[in-house]
Ligand binder design. Structure first.
Ligand SMILES: *Cc1c(COP(=O)(O)O)cnc(C)c1O
Length: 386
């Protein structure tokens, strides 16, 4: 092959995701993996049985309908009504996707022209940067800075230009755990309306909010027709491998996103769609218990990290804790995370990989607490030896 690089210019620099690198390191060193955010216990037994039953009774084993099976689309619409009082038409305003990841990709590919600017909170979930790049658009970071990790709304206003097309928000926010308040959401919504911007909102941690409650921006004045709301079953039901996600939005937005989605996977996860429809109908007790359990785990890990000398930013939502390693006499999170498995048998994620302004994230390190208590206790003990 000639001198031309194989990887195209849009994807240059994206490399391998940090999760692949760190999970491989965890496996190679036998370390406790508090890097990638997946639970080490599966979701409800009866939901797993519903998936098995669907396979065995031949439901969803062949291509399901493009927008998702009707029962799941209805369950998603009912979920939005039950928890947030938002009404969506299951036929025209709901789209089932291959996880939230495909929904994000399809939405960005469908809604952006090359050169459009997308303002996204930084640190950002890694697929945002990749998908904005694949769409040929330009990402404009709004940096969430420690110790509060709250968005500076004046700065947000100052970042909007005539080329801004879209705001990409994530609440509860991975990796900082920030949950946007109703006042912050209202201010963001006002800017979106004033500048006629679209909003994509990633709400995959909607049920992992400890005290404040989750508030969808789609419910605010002027927002319904400009918001693409994205969520998925992975985090809420502890089945991250099933990859069942969804979009709720106005019919024209769903139609645009579906146009891209149908040429990405077309459809996916047939039998799991039946099981997730059941999961969305679980009683409130399920969601309350999930939250209470994770709150306890948050405090277990946060206390342990503090005792080990980390500066801990306790999250309002998600199952991640961001820490600063400066008090340990360390400066560089990437170096720290690469050496941590050897030093004490624990794997974490350096937040710097989620930043364009790398200076703002250099000394930050993320740990997940969606693991069994004994695993968290063992991790804390190991980290205490640092
Ligand atoms: C895990 C995660 C996703 C991906 O969700 P899937 O349903 O597994 O595709 C998207 N956004 C954020 C912020 C996440 O943490």
């Amino acid at each position: 092959m000639g001198a031309r690089p194989l990887l195209n210019r849009r994807l240059a620099g994206l490399g391998t995701t940090i999760f692949a690198e760190m999970s491989a390191l965890a496996a190679a060193t036998g370390s406790i993996n508090l890097g990638q955010g997946f639970p080490d216990t599966d979701g409800p037994r009866e939901i797993a049985e519903a998936a098995a039953e669907a396979v065995l009774t031949g439901r969803g084993n062949q291509y399901p309908p493009g927008p998702g099976i009707p029962g799941l689309r209805t369950a998603i619409a009912e979920h939005q009504q039950r928890f947030y009082g938002l009404a969506y038409d299951p036929d025209s305003e709901v789209l089932v996707t291959a996880g939230a990841t495909e929904a994000i990709a399809a939405a960005l590919l469908a809604l952006l022209e090359p050169g459009d600017e997308v303002i996204a909170f930084e640190p950002f979930y890694d697929s945002y940067a990749a998908c904005i790049a694949m769409a040929g658009a330009v990402r404009v970071p709004l940096t969430l800075r420690q110790p509060s990790f709250r968005p500076d709304l004046d700065e947000l206003r100052s970042l909007i230009t005539p080329r801004t097309r879209l705001l990409l928000i994530n609440t509860p926010h991975n990796p900082t755990g920030t949950v946007l308040t109703p006042a912050e959401l209202a201010a963001i919504a006002e800017l979106a309306v004033e500048h006629d911007l679209l909003v994509i909102t990633d709400e995959v941690y909607e049920h992992l909010v400890f005290a404040t409650g989750h508030h969808p921006i789609a419910g605010l004045p002027g927002m319904r027709e400009r918001t693409v709301a994205i969520s998925s079953a992975g985090k809420t039901f502890s089945f991250t491998g099933w990859k069942v996600g969804w979009v709720t939005a106005s019919a024209p937005l769903v139609s645009a996103v579906r146009t891209a989605k149908q040429y990405l996977t077309y459809v996916s996860a047939g039998p799991f769609q039946y099981a997730v429809a059941e999961a969305l109908h679980l009683p409130d007790g399920y969601f309350d218990a999930l939250r209470a359990d994770l709150l306890r785990k948050r405090d277990l890990l946060a206390d342990g990290l503090s005792a080990a000398g980390f500066q801990v930013f306790s999250p309002e939502g998600t199952y991640f804790i961001t820490t600063d390693i400066t008090p340990l006499g360390e400066k560089d999170g990437l170096e720290f995370c690469r050496s941590l498995p050897e030093r004490c048998g624990v794997v974490a994620i350096p937040n710097v990989v989620f930043y364009d302004n790398t200076e703002a994230g250099r000394s930050l390190v993320r740990f997940t607490f969606c693991k069994r208590d004994e695993v968290l206790r063992e991790a804390v003990e190991r980290l205490g030896r640092l």
